[in-house]
Design a protein around this ligand. Structure first.
Ligand SMILES: [Zn+2]
Length: 485
């Protein structure tokens, strides 16, 4: 089955080949466009035949690097033209769903504009230009069928469309995961799949609440995991607008389906003692369309400068006593809403600071974590801890702080991911490495062993498995030596 892939811009500090997607410290740069990089002369020659000839001319004429999806769209047309001589799309791509009729006008407009940019870009190659409408449909197909190509540590390095891989369905409890060997997509079972059972993958981040996953899937893949759930009848909330970006929504009863851990992950007990004791927070970005290179998963905060709004949802008849909202439970819910909104803003600002390498992020996160002491299992605490871990490692080599954050994150990872899952294996590896660095050999050995057990399934060829086996061995040796002293 053919596949099509394209690398992200190398300014993202990556060092992988644009043809083989393998990493190398010694990449050859294309003398023409000065953009494409290759691990070898052979890779460069193969890429040239595989579409870079047209791409190189287009990039030089364009004078800037268009987003990866636009380059991928052009690449597909060029490749098909080279193979069959006509400018149509390959059948394997054309048969993928584009959900055009489900798109809202903004999204249609965006794809139409991107199609214009794609056609302008393709003009530089001197080849024939596809119809604008066809290009827009292709870009819509990308949105619900593309895979982000990641390295073994889940760092994105490109984007690809894999027609066969696009046929796997989503499950919130998937039995299969995808990974990449070079530019090839590989699916691996993460548990026993009985004969005849369907293999499923996760289309969205699993470290999220059911409501978050549902919203992501509806917006990007046009299906509703709760379409048949009785609870999801639309309830009309009473709204209390607290400021431009913060709204309290009061429901008579619970308005959504929840997963096993959702009550702990999303609810704040406002302790009214009157049955009106559940508050749930949801941050929504106003701008829904984003390029895949900046796309934030649910585990990332909406960036500080983006337009976003916070909705805090409460349910319980007590909120609506006598039809008015001027009562004690509501006053308490308002206090919680302000607190959650402050936490979300601190999280967004801290994430921005970490991206710029600013250690001040740590203080901001500490302040936010302080105000969450009564919400130990809330998902926003997990997201703060993730930023704290990054800040501690990337901005300041603060290893004690990093170890604390990594330890506090582990329960979240074990709740939210399947027992065998890359994110869990990689987190255990991080924890093992930090523990070893601080001479906590007992902890290092335990986590390295657990990490290796998962990663040998999820990344059987990965260097990280060898690293973890060595760390387990070394930490155990240190422990034995200490015991003998
Ligand atoms: Zn070039």
């Amino acid at each position: 089955m053919p596949r099509y892939s394209i690398g992200f811009d190398p300014v993202r500090k990556s060092n992988y080949c644009h043809h083989t997607f393998t990493s190398s410290t010694n990449l050859l740069r294309c003398a023409g466009c000065k953009f494409a990089r290759y691990a070898s002369k052979e890779a460069q020659r193969a890429a040239w035949k595989n579409g870079h000839q047209q791409e190189c001319a287009a990039l030089q004429a364009c004078g800037r690097i268009p987003p990866a999806t636009i380059r991928l769209a052009a690449r597909i047309y060029w490749k098909e033209r080279r193979l069959t001589g006509d400018g149509a799309l390959p059948h394997s791509i054309e048969s993928l769903q584009h959900h055009w009729d489900d798109l809202d006008d903004d999204r249609k407009q965006s794809y139409a504009q991107m199609a214009i940019v794609t056609r302008e870009y393709m003009k530089g190659s001197g080849t024939s230009i596809p119809d604008a409408k066809d290009v827009a449909y292709l870009l819509a197909r990308f949105a619900c069928n593309n895979h982000t190509i990641c390295d073994d540590e889940l760092r994105p390095k490109g984007v690809g469309i894999f027609p066969l891989g696009a046929m796997l369905n989503h499950s919130c409890t998937p039995n299969t995961m995808q990974s990449f060997t070079g530019s090839r997509i590989v699916f691996r079972a993460v548990q026993h799949i009985p004969a005849g059972a369907e293999a499923t993958i996760a289309y969205v981040e699993l470290a999220a609440t059911r409501a978050e996953r549902r919203a992501m899937l509806k917006a990007n893949y046009f299906f509703d995991i709760d379409a048949n759930q009785e609870l999801c009848v639309t309830l009309v909330p009473k709204e209390v607008r607290l400021d431009d970006t913060l709204t309290l929504e009061l429901f008579e009863r619970r308005s959504m389906t929840m997963d096993e851990h959702d009550p702990e992950l999303t609810c704040v007990d406002s302790d009214t003692g009157s049955g009106a004791n559940v508050v749930r927070v949801q941050a929504e970005e106003c701008a829904t369309f984003s390029d895949e290179e900046t796309e934030a998963g649910p585990s990332q905060a909406p960036a500080g400068q983006k337009n976003w709004e916070v909705k805090v949802q409460c349910w319980g008849a007590a909120f609506l006593q006598g039809g008015n909202v001027q009562n004690d439970p509501t006053t308490q819910a308002i206090a919680v809403a302000w607190r959650l909104a402050t936490i979300l803003r601190l999280h967004a600002s801290a994430s921005d600071l970490v991206s710029q390498g600013q250690l001040e992020a740590c203080d901001m996160i500490a302040t936010a974590l302080q105000s969450m002491q009564d919400m130990q299992k809330h998902i926003w605490r997990m997201r703060l801890l993730e930023v704290q871990l990054r800040a501690a490692i990337e901005c300041g080599n603060k290893w004690d702080l990093a170890l604390d954050a990594a330890r506090s994150l582990l329960p979240f990872y074990t709740w939210l991911y399947p027992k065998v899952w890359p994110n869990l294996g990689l987190h255990l590896a991080t924890l093992a490495k930090i523990a070893a660095l601080l001479d906590h050999f007992d902890e290092a050995a335990t986590h390295a062993e657990a990490a290796a057990a998962i990663l040998r399934i999820t990344h059987p060829e990965g260097q990280i498995v060898q690293d973890m086996l060595r760390l387990w061995h070394d930490a155990s040796a240190e422990l034995n030596a200490n015991a003998e002293e």
